[in-house]
Design a protein around this ligand. Structure first.
Ligand SMILES: [Zn+2]
Length: 311
């Protein structure tokens, strides 16, 4: 073989590699699966067009009790990264799916598994021994922590750092996306806080303990729950006590997550002259709640209407 001939073959080989490489292979998007829509929205904010992100649960489902579907396994099988809420929120449905996915990347100890609770301020952490006694589904603290925009920001930062770790070549892109998100979220939060200011200290009752972070951030006072304990259905005795308490404290708004039966809340409202307000705690809980910003836009607007109507 002459030198020129081998050179030509090498050149041909080089071009064939370049030409036959699929254009997307060099910069293949990270496939991110999140358990909840809220985490998907935050991932989309910082991941931009470098990620393909999808949530398993729908925003109108109870995140503690999601029916696993075969399609979940398929999604998990091909994921580069799985982001969960943690604090045992998904313990009833996610662990077997992770195992059955057969995807080594996303097993709990692997680099492609991210528990978002590590980034957030967690409320209601039980004192003393940790237990799920009496069926309480919040044994490690309150897992509905994304309902405080400051936590949303912390989670987004944690996700941006994780994406940068997995795709170091795009680290500057993710950092820029985070910085832009931070600016927009802080602006929106100023607006939300101003809108809620006239209702500071308002007392409400909620069905489930989904709202402590939201209430703390927006200065509302949650004084009671339709559930006796998180995950435990209402009992007649507890309902009687709740009605007495609402009358005593003059509480008129009963916030109910979209996946709970309205029978008990409606009865409580009749007894107390209060109003039942169905309020989605997640992105996708209503058709118009298409992202993390719209979640607060929607919930704050509905709360204001309920407060004004029951004043
Ligand atoms: Zn809960």
């Amino acid at each position: 073989m002459t030198l020129s001939k081998s050179f030509c073959l090498a050149v041909a080989g080089f071009y064939s590699v370049v030409l036959f490489l699929p254009p997307s292979a060099a910069a293949k998007n990270l496939k991110v699966i999140t358990t909840l829509t809220d985490l998907a929205s935050l991932t989309q904010e910082v991941g931009g067009d470098k990620v393909d992100v999808e949530a398993l649960a729908k925003g109108y489902q109870d995140p503690h009790f999601v029916d696993p579907k075969p399609s979940f396994l398929l999604k998990l099988r091909h994921a580069d990264l799985l982001i969960s809420v943690g604090l045992e929120l998904e313990i009833g449905w996610l662990p077997p799916l992770i195992t059955q996915s057969g995807n080594g990347n996303i097993q709990p100890a692997a680099a492609g598994y991210l528990d978002a609770s590590q980034f957030a301020e967690i409320l209601e952490i039980p004192q003393g021994s940790v237990t799920r006694a009496e069926g309480d589904v919040h044994p490690l603290g309150n897992p509905h922590y994304w309902l405080d925009p400051e936590n949303g920001l912390r989670i987004a930062k944690g996700i941006a750092d994780k994406l940068s770790e997995m795709r170091s070549g795009d680290a500057a892109y993710f950092a820029q996306r985070y910085s832009d998100f931070e600016q927009r979220l802080k602006q929106a939060d100023q607006r939300w806080l101003a809108e809620m200011k006239p209702y500071e200290g308002r007392k409400i009752v909620t069905y489930h303990r989904s709202w402590p972070n939201f209430a703390e951030h927006f200065h509302l006072n949650v004084v009671g729950y339709v559930e006796p304990r998180p995950g435990i259905p209402p009992s007649p005795q507890h309902t009687v006590e709740l009605i007495q308490q609402m009358k005593r404290d003059n509480v008129k708004v009963i916030v109910v997550e979209p996946y709970f039966d309205l029978k008990t809340p409606n009865a409580v409202a009749r007894e107390t002259g209060g109003q039942v307000l169905v309020l989605p705690p997640s992105v996708g809980g209503e058709k118009e709640i298409t992202d993390y910003f719209k979640l607060f836009d929607y919930d704050i607007s509905k709360l204001k209407q309920a407060f004004d109507a029951t004043h």
